[in-house]
Design a protein around this ligand. Structure first.
Ligand code: SF4
Length: 308
């Protein structure tokens, strides 16, 4: 991509859209406001109120707020691919998102385009939008090799359900969930606060060193206060909140279950249609064959003209 001096001025206006995050050991992230993810995350203020980004005071600093709004406008605009692929040109690794999430399939496509352009950079996209990933599978899109997509489970202590894994694995999606049992966590940063030598998030499964082959990335729910909060929140038990989440419109699990139901329904309808057509065809063929046989029989049994 070429950038003239004039176009750079118009596109960037001296605003960087990348952020530093101490946990990521120097890896820059592209972040969005929490309004883009709070409906679909159990940690958010709508459910257990233990979102790390929300509880980080830096999140509310005026410069941070301005950056997040700028990023939201950017990813919704047609300039996103050009601007971001220029901004990430000198980095080995980039993370989408340490706060926020994609809002629609168009934004997912734009992110994949940036990754294709910057094929030497390793990217990770951490998302709860299984519905949008499903759309990408259905529309036969291709995930760039240098982009790892990690789908977060909608529930705490429960991995992404197997049926969902079966649908999304062929697209190259990896899976993650949060555990309240620190011993089972595989992500170093969620235990110690830093990635250190680990770079599993940016690697293909074959190259990962600490990720669980069976359950993918397991992040520890840290903070005693947070563990206490999810045991009982307000007047509701954890089970009740999880149930509310699963039944809510924004629920990640519910969305994909609805998709799976629709897909099953479509398959069943198609099968019914095919068997109806087959039955009709068989009946028609049988009728034809019968007509043919009786015609032949009539010809054979018809009286022969008497020769003079
Ligand atoms: S899995 Fe590894 S690279 Fe990813 S956040 Fe955890 S420590 Fe960092």
């Amino acid at each position: 991509m070429n950038y003239s001096k004039g176009s750079k001025k118009r596109l960037f206006k001296n605003k960087s859209s990348l952020s530093d995050n101490s946990k990521l050991d120097g890896v820059k992230s592209f972040d969005l406001p929490l309004t883009t993810c709070e409906n679909r995350c159990m940690l958010s203020n709508k459910f257990f109120k233990i979102c790390y980004a929300e509880n980080n005071q830096n999140q509310r600093r005026p410069n941070r707020t301005k950056k997040l709004i700028h990023n939201l406008q950017l990813i919704r605009s047609s300039k996103f691919v050009k601007v971001l692929s220029y901004e990430v040109r000198n980095f080995n690794k980039i993370r989408f998102f340490s706060s926020g999430d994609i809002e629609d399939g168009e934004q997912l496509r734009k992110i994949m385009q940036v990754c294709k352009i910057r094929h030497d950079t390793k990217f990770v996209l951490i998302t709860s939008r299984d519905d949008l990933l499903l759309q990408a599978v259905q529309t036969k899109q291709t995930k760039p090799e240098n982009l790892q997509i990690i789908l977060s489970s909608g529930l705490i202590d429960e991995p992404v359900p197997q049926f969902e894994k079966d649908i999304l694995s062929p697209f190259g999606v990896q899976f993650s969930h949060i555990t309240t049992d620190k011993k089972t966590a595989t992500c170093e940063a969620s235990k110690s606060g830093f990635c250190g030598d680990c770079s599993d998030c940016y690697q293909k499964p074959a190259d990962q060193t600490s990720t669980s082959k069976k359950d993918g990335f397991i992040f520890s729910l840290h903070g005693n206060n947070n563990t206490r909060k999810i045991k009982k929140y307000g007047n509701k038990s954890r089970a009740e909140i999880m149930k509310d989440y699963q039944q809510g419109n924004g629920s990640a699990l519910q969305t994909v279950q609805n998709h799976a139901k629709t897909q099953n329904q479509t398959k069943q309808n198609q099968t019914k249609q095919t068997s109806k057509t087959q039955t009709r065809t068989t009946a028609r063929t049988a009728r034809k064959a019968q007509n043919q046989t009786s015609k032949t029989q009539t010809r054979t049994t018809a009286p022969q003209p008497v020769k003079a």
